[in-house]
Design a protein around this ligand. Sequence first.
Ligand SMILES: C[S@@+](CC[C@H](N)C(=O)[O-])C[C@H]1O[C@@H](n2cnc3c(N)ncnc32)[C@H](O)[C@@H]1O
Ligand SMILES: O=c1cc(-c2ccc(O)cc2)oc2c(O)c(O)ccc12
Length: 353
Amino acid sequence: MINGENAASSSELLKAQAQVWNCTFNYVNSMSLKCAVELGIADIIHSHGQPTTLSQIASALNIKPNKVECIQSVMRILVHSGFFAQQKDDEYFLTPASRLLLKDTPLKAAPFVDLVADPLYTTAFHCLGTWLQNDDPTLFETAHGKKVWDRVADEPKFKSLFYDLMITDSELIAGIVIKDCKEVFEGLKSLVDVAGGTGIMARAIATAFPDIKCTVFDLPHVVDNLQGTNDNLDFLGGNMFEAIPQANAVLLKWILHNWNDEESVKLLKKCKEAIPSKDEGGKVIIIDMAIENQSQDKESMETQLCFDILMVSLFRGKERSVDDWKKLFLAAGFSHYKITPMLGVRSLIEAYP
Ligand SMILES: C[S@@+](CC[C@H](N)C(=O)[O-])C[C@H]1O[C@@H](n2cnc3c(N)ncnc32)[C@H](O)[C@@H]1O
Ligand SMILES: O=c1cc(-c2ccc(O)cc2)oc2c(O)c(O)ccc12
């Protein structure tokens, strides 16, 4: 007994120490992935024709002979995380995850790495404790003295990093929503994609459903120079907290998690004013996460919890549990809702007036 507590066994003690090491080292995984994206390792393997040996990768990257074993260590951790596969000791293949890192591919995930692993965000985390104890609304403001939306508006480089992520995510998710969730759009005559960014999602819906008149509604500096089509897509600038254009359905993709409960209820009430009654087909279609503690695998749960930290620290938003969504819809005056967890770690959520 130590201080009246049960003494840990040797194996418990060593396991606890390894747990501290493992959690502290999480950023090494993240930075190894960032390094692979920066060096274009997936592109090297792809353009070489698979399999590609370590010396072929090293020579494509002009790695000096005395650092070949260093890049081998980086490859080893990336194989362990599932980004590359190995058949023989020295031969590397792409996996579905590293295919998303290719530069010349229609569906991409590298912009997520570019933005989230950028020092602009990672260095902010050194202020987490300070921010929790000070009066700044967000960690981003403690670290950089500015709100995220102000940097998006004022800094072209940051704006393009931010919208590259939004565009590539919408390209990936639009294909899946149109293929696997078509019934959600059936019968609609009009749809407004509120805070729809550069309009990738709405453009895909407008093409797949020519009878739906689609409007992309976002802040004026985002949509002012964007062109619709003559047929069924247009862009409109405005503030969603003031008024939303009328439509049969409102789409909110990756929006409500940017806002706290009070702001989200206000926004949902504005959405409700913009759509007809349920009998006339009115609905709000939401693409966001619904955290369900029990039914999820460890990796999905961890991803959702990291997104929650991202939203809290950047915007004072949050990722919501199924119960949080229920409370939000009730408070905004919706009569019922349906949550379908069919988009990986995200769900397709429908709310009816
Ligand atoms: C996270 S992005 C999501 C964009 C898009 N829905 C997507 O998933 O790609 C959030 C969007 O909200 C927009 N936004 C922020 N405040 C807004 C406001 N008050 N009115 C309209 N749009 C706003 C931003 O300009 C940005 O395009
Ligand atoms: O995946 C993201 C990442 C961000 C993000 C990360 C780092 C920054 O310095 C700024 C923004 O923002 C997101 C966001 O607003 C969203 O609605 C979904 C995903 C992400």
